[in-house]
Design a protein around this ligand. Structure first.
Ligand code: 3HC
Ligand code: NAI
Length: 693
């Protein structure tokens, strides 16, 4: 049993011992009940303190047990809390560090709560697609008030304990040594015979409940889109006001049981673990020594360079941006400054933070100024000859031990490494645009990249608040290599009968943040054009729809030229369907001799998403990605794939791999059918009845 029992004078201390965060798994729950029972049976014990060992009071239910028998095996968390509440001896929770989800619910089932200041308090279940399932929706409103409780439950956000200091959630807030304080509190409770408080007995008075919940429901429904959990949170909290406690508990339980089985919740949990799994690299132990990153440099102050520099400044790391010409440097730094100013105007940045961040970013035109940086990230033009020149320079000037990274999106990192005499120090850091906003960082491991270099960059990715995902070297790495197949299908769909707005709508209805054509207009259609032109030479066998080239030949590069797949009005980013483009598409089908047909939204989604899945399977098989969930993380954090679908590989698992293959066979019989040869790994897993994840 993973809870320890100790006696301090007349008080029993039960300490949860389930690393890493004292998740309330089966054996921990058993341990708590056994501890309480033992204390109740012992006449010498007058009170009980419950706390957690290590770095958390408790991070909540053990997520690893969800959908397994252990999750519901008795004693479940409701049983445990019932035992606490019914105890005839006072129970004091000694809360510190983190009290979340079931951990907070456990504490709310105690008679008293002593908390250490700084403790992170949350009911984050909604982020896992569920709602608090052990009384959280009924007890929190009673303890801190309906509105603040609803906000916490619907958003899942974390609140520091001090912010709740004046509520009935806490009996005492202390700066240090919470267990000592809880022991003293327990002694006082016994000595003064304090009545044993039960949160369930608190009566909620809320005169304007009906209007309030109607308003809340409207707001939440609009924001939640395809998530069922947030609305269920509103229902349950409403029940805490309008129904007796036990009825509220029943409503909460019913919603929990329903939600925990939904694909959305499974997908969100997959993403939670996927994010953590991505930082684990099989041949690099967690204790691998890393290199300190105290200062950084960025080469190139263009679209990417400025954003990359902001990441360092945001993390408090001084960074020097190097350009060839002062005009380019000034322009780049002005964009950075403007970005920070906008954040300040929106109230997201205080004037002090603004000054601090701007102050951390310096500009330079001389390599000598960056020689002592611990890491340098190159973000110059996507041209191997330019990269060669830059890396040779870096090799000359940078101090030994500095990490030399490239932000290239398509070039061979091994070739770039070979421009230097220290290929072990070279690595790819592929940021996504806008680099100061997008969560994804593809970390490209070259053949010779040092293990400590990789470990350092993965650690750095956390420090700058990115999701680092390791990719092997290949054209396009994980994300762009897959998106190419998706874009090819999008192009073929235009030739066969769809128009950009139909394709975008179908994909957006599936949940993508943006369809491929709106995306192209945002990123610049010329970028893909440039890559295709290279491909026509390097890989003449790959077939692309010519539609995108025709569009670029019209000068329609997207929002930046005021016209792309869609028309735009000055100062307005709304995409208006374009007659010119649609006519061009229809005329092109005619030139090809293709009879346009009505294409269903289902076909559109399947062709785009399964194209991702098939390429993902190749990537997995080749070892470019370490695991299927890494591919999912790339798509969830860098490409706007809907999180409640868990990423392309997880989505394929939920559809069923044999079904994916069946669909692929169907498309193989259509135009450009040779794109639909299932990857061997996909076929193998489907045949064995297995899944990617
Ligand atoms: N169950 C099992 N494992 C958990 C866990 C949980 N509830 N929460 C975190 N972990 C694991 C992580 O998977 C990770 O494992 P790893 O080291 O093997 O990769 C490890 O703990 C550390 O996690 P983090 O990297 O996230 O560490 P941090 O220190 O940055 O954050 C934390 C700690 C704030 C607790 C964060 O992990 C977190 O937010 N966890 C999720 C908490 C949560 O959602 N709780 C609700 C659970 S559902 C519930 O309680 C249902 C109930 O209402 C019935
Ligand atoms: P950009 O054209 O906006 O900026 C490049 C900058 O590098 C320019 O300011 C230029 O003056 C400067 N530069 C060129 N040669 C230089 C040299 N020798 N020394 C110093 N500065 C030099 O390009 P962008 O879009 O920022 O791309 C940079 C890199 O990032 C490319 O490798 C690109 O493939 C990659 N990338 C781009 C993404 C995007 O969405 N734009 C996304 C991910 C990666």
């Amino acid at each position: 049993m993973t809870a320890e029992y100790q006696v301090h004078g007349q008080t029993a201390v039960i300490t949860l011992q389930n690393p890493p965060v004292n998740g309330l798994g089966f054996s921990t729950r058993q341990g708590i009940v056994a501890g309480v029972t033992r204390a109740l049976d012992d006449d010498a014990i007058k009170a009980i303190v419950i706390t957690g060992a290590g770095k958390a009071f408790s991070g909540g239910a053990d997520i690893r047990e969800f959908n397994k028998p252990a999750a519901t095996a008795a004693p479940n968390l409701l049983n445990v809390i019932a035992v606490l509440e019914a105890s005839s001896k006072p129970i004091v929770a000694a809360m510190h560090s983190v009290a979340m989800g079931g951990g907070l619910e456990l504490a709310m089932g105690c008679h008293f709560r002593v908390v250490q200041s700084g403790t992170q308090i949350a009911l984050p279940e909604v982020k896992l697609g569920i709602l608090p399932g052990a009384g959280g929706t009924q007890r929190l409103p009673r303890l801190i008030g309906v509105e603040p409780a609803l906000n916490m439950i619907v958003s899942g956000s974390t609140v520091p304990a001090e912010k709740l200091a004046k509520t009935a959630l806490f009996d005492e807030i202390v700066e240090t040594d919470v267990v000592k304080a809880a022991l003293a509190f327990a002694e006082r409770a016994v000595a003064s015979n304090l009545p044993l408080k039960k949160a369930r007995d608190i009566k909620i008075k809320f005169a304007t409940a009906e209007g309030f919940f109607q308003f809340a429901r409207n707001m939440v429904a609009a924001a939640a889109k395809n998530y069922p959990a947030p609305l269920k949170c509103v229902d349950a909290v409403e029940a805490s006001v309008t129904k007796p406690f036990d009825e509220g508990m029943r409503i909460e339980r019913e919603a929990f049981t329903y939600l925990v089985q939904t694909t959305e919740s499974k997908a969100l949990r997959h993403a939670f673990f996927g994010e953590r799994a991505a930082s684990k690299i099989p041949d690099i132990p967690e204790d691998t020594p890393t290199r300190p990153i105290r200062s950084a440099a960025v080469i190139g102050a263009g679209t990417m360079g400025g954003g990359i520099a902001m990441n360092f400044a945001n993390a408090g790391i001084p960074v020097t941006v190097l350009e060839m010409k002062s005009e380019a440097l000034e322009k780049g730094l002005a964009v950075v400054r403007k970005n920070y100013e906008n954040s300040m105007k929106k109230g997201k940045l205080t004037p002090e933070k603004f000054a601090e961040r701007v102050g951390l970013i310096k500009g330079s035109l001389a390599y000598q100024d960056i020689r002592d940086a611990d890491i340098v990230i190159e973000a110059v033009f996507e041209d191997l000859a330019v990269k060669e020149q830059v890396f040779k320079q870096l090799d000359e000037v940078m101090r030994s031990g500095a990490i030399l990274a490239s932000n290239t999106s398509t070039l061979d990192v091994d070739k770039i490494a070979a421009f230097t005499r220290r290929p072990e120090d070279v690595i790819g850091t592929h940021f996504f645009s806008p680099a100061n906003v997008m969560k994804l960082l593809e970390v490209v491991r070259g053949k010779k990249t040092g293990k400590d270099v990789l470990a350092t960059v993965m650690q750095l990715s956390k420090k700058i608040k990115k999701t680092g995902v390791v990719s092997g070297v290949c054209d396009g790495f994980i994300g762009n290599r897959m998106i190419e197949q998706y874009s090819r299908q999008a192009g073929f769909l235009l030739e066969e009968g769809a128009l950009p707005q139909q394709v975008d709508k179908a994909v957006e209805r599936f949940g993508f943040a943006m369809g491929p054509f709106r995306m192209g207009d945002l990123a610049g259609n010329d970028v893909g054009w440039y890559i295709r032109k290279r491909r026509y030479v390097e890989k003449p066998n790959i077939v692309y729809s010519k539609t995108a080239d025709l569009l670029c030949e019209l000068g329609r590069f997207g929002q930046k030229t005021g016209a792309g797949w869609y028309d735009y009005k000055p100062g307005d980013r709304t995409a208006y369907p374009s007659e010119v483009v649609n006519e061009m598409i229809i005329a092109h089908s005619k030139t090809l001799g293709v009879t346009r047909r009505k294409i269903s939204d289902d076909e559109i989604v399947e062709r785009l998403v399964f194209a991702l899945v098939n390429e993902g399977a190749h990537i997995l098989e080749e070892g470019i990605a370490l695991r299927a969930s890494d591919i999912d993380m790339v798509y969830l954090t860098g490409y706007g794939f809907p999180i409640y679908r868990g990423g392309p590989m997880f989505y394929a698992d939920t559809v069923g791999l044999p079904n994916v293959i069946l669909a692929m066979h169907r498309y193989a019989r259509q135009r450009h059918g040779d794109a639909w040869k299932p990857a061997p790994l996909l076929e193998k897993l489907a045949a064995e009845g297995k899944t990617f994840n």
